[in-house]
Design a protein around this ligand. Structure first.
Ligand code: PNW
Length: 530
């Protein structure tokens, strides 16, 4: 049918068409978030709600610490009022609408629901509050994404040992059941516990958060162990009693940095692996790996150090076979909180750096941030977006590509609406998510931390993580969108990252209107005088 030349031309055209189509297929997903990808913003009860003793709420370990020992908080402040979201929740939802997010991640205060910690007395007014919040979200087309526990343990349970008491597995399970019963008809996405690593490290490891226990080589591990069992309990309760009627998903929220070995020396590579095994694998492996249980390298490290320290058994209490099975698979998704990337090294300079015994000494590796990465108001965060891409690929390759929601990502700044640091940070990390999606990582959603400035735990009000600025001097706790809020809104609307979009957060604000009026008055006055 074709001459030789004709066939040649046809062949070239065909090749060009195929390669154009391939390029389109390859480049499209790296540029656009799919329609079904969810965007949200996140907060936590103690950090925003205030109303610490209102409507029958009982005291949490945070209420207790900030009232008895405020010296441990940088600015000696507390969350008694915080952003007053207990009263301002409608404005919060309006802000979510302004951003155009489809999901809101918030946490429930245990002692608002169970003032005495245990499930034998339920505070109806606490239930009422979260019903109002959830109903208002749904009325505004926003999906509630609910954290069961974000660090505010009932003080009364702490007095019975808190996470050191094995009964906490029952206490937590009973509390979770009350939430499933009351809210599960409308809440279909749950995370059980936020960041076991950070919670245990600060509360039982280095004693910065309540109950301020310093036991980084023993109680730090015990805390994580009970959390794994408590998460599994809540997961199985949902499976056995609610899944068939409610049909939701229950996940856990784990924080992880990405780590690079500082060099390609064997020590640095092994050090980085051990570091990640203790920081992330400790919680990830028992739930998401095929074999279950703690990672072998973590078991080995703690055992070896314990033996060297003269213990006749490991400081890490193991799981029995039944517990390993009970924990394995106890999450429908991973909620990933990610803030930064670290370089990790192991050399003679690490000797004598860490307390003995401690989890840091067990890992026997130290870390640093690359000083060339953009800094932020938080010394522990520098912007390195590609780290999130690497971490997501690591999760995909190591744990069989589980369903992931990025449940926190964000950066701290000082006051002011022109938050260039945050704009740059979000663009960098969101473009890393696009890269990960293009590589087939099973990421379903992304939550910015945080919707608004809030109480940053032991740092009080000295760090601001918000897309919205909160005026803590104002009794109304007025919220104002920062530049990053406009940028995030545009990313959600367009499903792409436009680096040229440069909104002015002050345009249209009262201060701009006031200054324009002032100029007008001066011009008129000048005209009258002349
Ligand atoms: C998270 N670190 O905590 C918490 O889930 C939030 O409540 C908190 O406000 C947010 O991050 C910002 O700090 C972290 O030092 C605290 O690596 C510290 C670290 C990581 C997460």
């Amino acid at each position: 049918m074709f001459s030789t030349n004709g066939r040649f031309v046809f062949y070239i055209c065909w090749l060009l068409t195929i390669s154009a189509a391939n390029t389109r297929i390859k480049t499209l997903p790296t540029k656009q978030f799919p329609r079904e990808f969810s965007f949200g913003a996140a907060t936590a009860a103690y950090q925003i709600e205030g109303a610490w003793d209102v409507d029958g709420k009982g005291p949490s370990i945070w209420d207790y610490l900030v009232h008895t020992d405020p010296g441990h908080i940088t600015d000696k402040s507390n969350g008694d009022i915080a952003d007053n979201s207990y009263y301002n929740y409608k404005r919060d939802i309006e802000m979510l609408r302004e951003l155009g997010v489809s999901h809101y991640r918030f946490s429930i205060s245990w002692t608002r629901i169970l003032p005495f910690g245990r499930a034998n007395y339920v505070n109806q007014r606490g239930i009422d509050y979260y019903n109002k919040l959830i109903d208002e979200l749904i009325a505004n087309d926003i999906v509630p994404f609910t954290t069961i526990y974000h660090w505010d343990l009932p003080q009364i349970l702490q007095e019975h040992g808190g996470w050191m008491n094995e009964k906490i597995v029952d206490w937590f399970g009973d509390y979770a059941r009350i939430l499933f019963q009351n809210f599960g008809d409308r809440v279909k996405l749950w995370t059980t516990i936020n960041e076991p690593f950070v919670h245990c490290y600060f509360s039982y490891g280095y004693g910065v958060h309540p109950p301020r226990i310093r036991s980084p080589g023993v109680q730090f591990y015990e805390c994580g162990r009970q959390i794994l069992l408590a998460n599994a309990r809540a997961y199985h309760i949902y499976n056995d009693e609610f899944r068939s009627t409610q049909g939701g998903k229950v996940g856990i929220g784990l924080n992880s940095e990405h780590v690079f070995p500082a060099s390609d020396s064997k020590d640095d590579i092994e050090g980085a692996k051990d570091y990640l095994a203790i920081h992330f694998g400790q919680y990830m492996h028992p739930i998401f790996s095929k074999s279950g249980n703690y990672p072998q390298r973590m078991i080995h490290r703690v055992q070896a150090a314990s033996t060297a320290q003269g213990h006749n058994s490991s400081r890490l209490r193991g799981f029995n076979r039944e517990q390993i099975t009970y924990i394995k698979g106890s999450a429908d998704f991973l909620g990933l909180n990610h803030y930064y990337t670290k370089y990790v090294y192991r050399n003679s300079s690490v000797i004598g750096v860490f307390e003995v015994p401690s989890m840091d000494d067990d890992a026997f590796a130290d870390s640093y941030l690359d000083q060339s990465w953009p800094s932020s108001h938080a010394p522990w965060i520098r912007e390195y977006g590609p780290g999130l891409h690497h971490l997501l690929v690591h999760i995909k390759d190591t744990y069989g590509n589980p369903l992931v929601y990025i449940t926190e990502n964000g950066v701290s700044t000082t006051a002011g609406l022109n938050d260039h640091t945050r704009v740059s940070y979000y663009r960098s990390y969101l473009s890393a998510v696009l890269e990960a999606l293009a590589e087939g990582c099973n990421v379903q959603g992304y939550f910015a931390w945080s919707l608004m400035d809030n109480y940053e735990w032991s740092h009080g009000y000295t760090h601001r993580f918000g897309l919205y600025e909160v005026d803590w001097e104002d009794p109304e706790r007025t919220r104002t969108p920062r530049k990053s809020a406009f940028v995030y809104r545009e990313i959600i609307r367009s499903r792409t990252i436009d680096y040229n979009y440069n909104p002015d957060p002050y345009a249209g604000s009262t201060s701009t209107i006031t200054s324009s009026l002032l100029v007008l008055v001066i011009v008129v006055l000048a005209g009258l005088i002349s």
